[in-house]
Each structure stands twice: as C-alpha cells, then as structure tokens.
Design a protein around this ligand. Sequence first.
Ligand code: 4NP
Length: 251
Amino acid sequence: MRAFQYGNSCGVTQTLKLRFCPSLSPSPSPFLLLLPHPHTQFPSLHSKSQRPTTTTTTTTPLFSSGSLIRAAASMAASTETDTKPFSVLFVCLGNICRSPAAEGVFTDLVKKRGLDSKFKIDSAGTINYHEGNPADPRMRASAKSRGIVITSLSRPIRSSDFVDFDLILAMDNQNRDDIIEAYNRWKFRDTLPEDAHKKVKLMCSYCKRHDETEVPDPYYGGQQGFEKVLDLLEDACESLLDSILAENKNI
Ligand code: 4NP
C-alpha cells in the first residue's frame, strides 16, 4: 500500500492510498507457439499402398521432419535476433516524471549515435493514476532546456512488457519491488518466461559519475529536483547504451 498526498482543484490536500493494481492490465496469454504436428506438416512420401511389404533394412532419413522444423525455427530465431530491435522499458511510479524523462534522454542519445532503428524504447508506471496524461510540465521544461523533447503519454506496466522488452529499468527500489511483485502475480496466469524478472535493473546501477543508488521522485519538490533527475539520467543512459552495445554485438 502506498499513500499519496495531493492537492485537488479547491486547494484541499487529500491522502490517496494506492496499491499496485494488476487488475488494470488485463492481458491475454499470447505466448503460445502454435506449430502443426510434424506429421501433418510433412506427410509420409509413401502412401500406405505403395509401401514395400517386406523390409530388410531400415532407412534413416537424412533429415527427419522434426529436425527440419527445429532447424527452421532456429534459423528464424537467429534471424529475428539479428533484426529485432533491442527493447528498453523505463519504469517509475506515475510515468509522468522520471521514466518519460529517461525515455526522452535515451531516445535522444540513441538518435545522436544513429542507432534509432536498432532500438525500441518506451516507459511505464507502476500505477495507472495518470494514464493517458503527458509528462509533468516541470519535467518537460527542464528536459527541453537540455534539448530533449518528451512526448510520451503515461501508461501502467502490463504483463506483456515482460516478454516484449529485453531490459526493464526501475527508477528506485520501490519501483523495482513493485515490478517484481507484478511479475510474480502475472507469471502463472500469463505463462511468462521463468527468468523474465532478471530483466529488471536499477537505473542508477549504470551511473558512472554519481553515487546515488536511486533516481529520486521529484514530484513534490522544486524545479531543482527535476534537474537532478536529468543529471542522473544522462549519466545512467550513456553507460546503459555502452553496456547494451558491448553485450549485443549484433546491434
Ligand atoms: P514519477 O513521479 O513516478 O517520476 O512519474 C510521480 C508522479 C506522480 C506521483 C508521484 C510521483 N503521484 O503521486 O501522483
């Protein structure tokens, strides 16, 4: 349970208790690979009546239908890893301050290096409270003064993100715990990959020039908090990109 204080339009401060809400993200189970049975895909070359009635030797086919299917699937998979963009999802609480800024900073960096076609970049929140809203104007203003345009609209994290993204970057420890909790709740319902939670990393673990371990929530603070967020994100995004490139030679 998390408690949020917010001012309403009448200037009254209210406390809102929000729990991370998985029911907001109904997700089908789209992860079934439907392959025809090998024998329907590759029927026997002999009809029953043509088959020899006496057999003295056993002929082992050079390629069984099963091995052909496996080879084709493996070729398709390796072609896919060569062409599929590397996908990164940035996650914070509301998806209106830190993670949209991270998405903007990383997108800008990737474009400057001419790598836009190689990446899929998105952001999400662990709550749906701001769903559909553009990023906080204070965050957009600070980013704009650094030449970064933030265009994303808030959305909550969903089950399919654990399949669709190669890396999930949490802004703080609470975000990371909420993401893992969501994964644990969804993994059996949606047959998520067993090790998908390993994709979740802390954004500041990539920082080289800062000692902070979390990107602090700037929502209730002043403009300098948004500048601090951008300082951390610029640092983290640079080495995040270097690390992805070092570990994925196909990019
Ligand atoms: P974010 O910041 O998680 O960086 O997007 C916040 C946005 C909204 C709220 C808190 C933090 N809120 O309480 O509504």
